[in-house]
Design a binder for this molecule. Structure first.
Ligand SMILES: *Cc1c(COP(=O)(O)O)cnc(C)c1O
Length: 489
């Protein structure tokens, strides 16, 4: 399989694609075609790791299946559930897929426990003399998952930028207590979009690439702009479907809906890729919070980032520049790179671009989009807990709210899977607020939440406060380049 860029570039190998992370000329790498799979063949995979290796092997064609299998086994050994991404039946026609059983308790682990293995394999395959220097912009969860994944991995170092005041206290502590000689964390004065834009600018800078290369490194990304992040996420869409067939919730060929709380559009894009590979998906439901730029895009065909940025309790989807939408746009444009590049230039210069009404109508056949308020989110957490005894984090609750609204509006009773993207204790303060007035302290709130629900505080969270903090830096946006080069001296 070869990879091309959404803005045009010579096709390249999977290994180059993963090592580079983002196309140096701008644009995101996408597969040249979608491999079509047989569900029957996938159903023969004995477990999640085998299924993952099988799907990876269709894209990363240079790496033998056995090697991929050994990587997926190592990656998912850190998960606390043998099924890796277990399904929890919630209502008659709805199951929740819990993607947060990895070490950092958020769905990013599914990709980021695997990416370091793919990265070292890819470095070897490209014959790179340089080590990989991974720059990450995080809205909270990617940062810790990348640190955890790359910690101690040979020939790599990782630097995470997070928005000061823009992540939960637990998320912050997870990052600043990170150990490992190759890991580094720094706060920035700005929001996630600022951090992501600054990091993307560094990837696009020849001067920075040269400066880093002189020190024996090449820049790479662990954000979902890296195709190596996307492909592990395709797997769980198939896994959910196959599990539901095994459980009798579906028969082969039945269609399925997925609802996904979305920010950077990576998670849900993987679902669309799964559909293009042959998974019988009916609707992909795009769930947003007040930062509803995607809702407006799908409804009106206009992407307009010129709006107020809201900090919400579902902070990992507080995003106005949704990077992976570019990959969908490229497909909607009939793989026209010049047109995609033009739209992205408009986005950069004016914060806005449009698609045609015909394109919008085409998207509407697959995607349904909506958003909800903070109050809706809290009500949903409370109601689902009262009705079903199931505790959801705020991101999952945004998804649940929109899924219910979709069903009400369309009367569509197709079996649906809600992607649950974080352990509720990772956002204990917000979750407790659904039941009673929460205090300032995340940990005290987690304790109270336990009292209320009887669900124990997960160990990685419980020990967080007693771990020594190691990373204290906080810089302005104009200091990012210098901060990237500093540790290499
Ligand atoms: C990252 C994240 C999301 C959004 O994923 P995207 O791929 O950016 O759409 C949703 N929920 C949680 C908890 C996350 O960490």
């Amino acid at each position: 399989m070869r990879f091309i860029s959404t803005r045009g570039a010579k096709p390249t190998t999977a290994a180059e694609t993963i090592v580079q992370g983002i196309c140096p000329k701008g644009g995101l790498y996408v597969p040249e075609t979608f491999p079509v799979v047989s569900l029957k063949e996938l159903a023969a995979c004995p477990d999640y790791c085998a299924l993952a290796a099988k799907i990876l092997s269709l894209y990363l064609t240079e790496t033998p299946y056995e090697e991929l299998l050994s990587m997926t086994r190592k990656a998912y050994a850190s998960f606390d559930d043998a099924e890796v991404v277990p399904l929890h039946p919630l209502y008659e026609t709805e199951q929740v897929m819990e993607l947060w059983h990895g070490p950092t308790m958020a769905f990013k682990d599914v990709a980021l426990q695997l990416l370091p293995h793919l990265m070292t394999d890819s470095l070897r395959r490209t014959g790179s003399k340089e080590k990989a220097y991974i720059l990450v912009a995080t809205s909270g969860d990617t940062g810790k998952a990348a640190l955890e994944g790359f910690c101690g991995v040979e020939d790599t170092r990782v630097l995470v930028f997070y928005p000061h005041g823009g992540v939960s206290e637990a998320q912050r502590l997870q990052m600043v207590t990170q150990t490992g000689a190759n890991t580094d964390v720094c706060a920035i004065n700005g929001n996630f979009d600022d951090a992501q834009t600054a990091v993307k600018r560094i990837f696009g800078s020849d001067r920075m690439r040269r400066a880093v290369k002189e020190k024996g490194y090449r820049l790479s990304s662990a954000n979902s702009i890296n195709f190596g992040r996307l492909v592990p996420q395709i797997v769980y869409y198939f896994s959910a479907y196959l599990t539901m067939i095994k459980n009798g919730a579906l028969t082969v060929g039945d269609r399925i809906n997925f609802c996904v709380p979305t920010g950077n559009f990576g998670d849900i894009l993987a679902g669309y890729y799964a559909m293009r590979m042959g998974l019988p998906v009916k609707k992909l439901i795009v769930a947003s919070n007040r930062n509803n730029v995607l809702t407006d895009f799908f409804r009106e065909g206009v992407y307009d980032a010129n709006r107020t940025f809201h900090r919400s309790m579902s902070c990992s989807i507080d995003i106005l520049i949704s990077s992976n939408l570019e990959r969908l746009l490229f497909l909607v444009n009939g793989e026209d790179a010049a047109r995609t590049e033009d739209q992205m230039r408009k986005l950069k210069e004016t914060g806005r671009y449009e698609i045609t009404q015909q394109q919008r109508a085409e998207l509407e056949r697959v995607f349904y989009a909506d958003w909800c308020t903070e109050e809706d989110t809290l009500k949903t957490i409370r109601r689902v807990y009262d009705d079903r005894g199931y505790l959801m984090d705020p991101h999952t609750a945004v998804g649940q709210t929109i899924l219910e609204r979709y069903k009400e509006q369309t009367q569509d009773e197709t079996p649906a899977v809600l992607l649950s993207t974080a352990n509720p204790y990772k956002f204990a303060t917000a979750v407790l607020g659904a039941f009673e007035t929460a205090g300032e302290d995340d940990f005290e709130n987690a304790r109270r939440l336990t009292e209320y629900t009887g669900v124990p505080v997960p160990t990685p969270f419980a020990t967080l406060k007693s771990r020594p903090q190691r990373h204290f830096g906080r810089i302005g946006l104009d200091e990012i380049e210098q901060r990237v080069l500093e540790p290499l001296d």
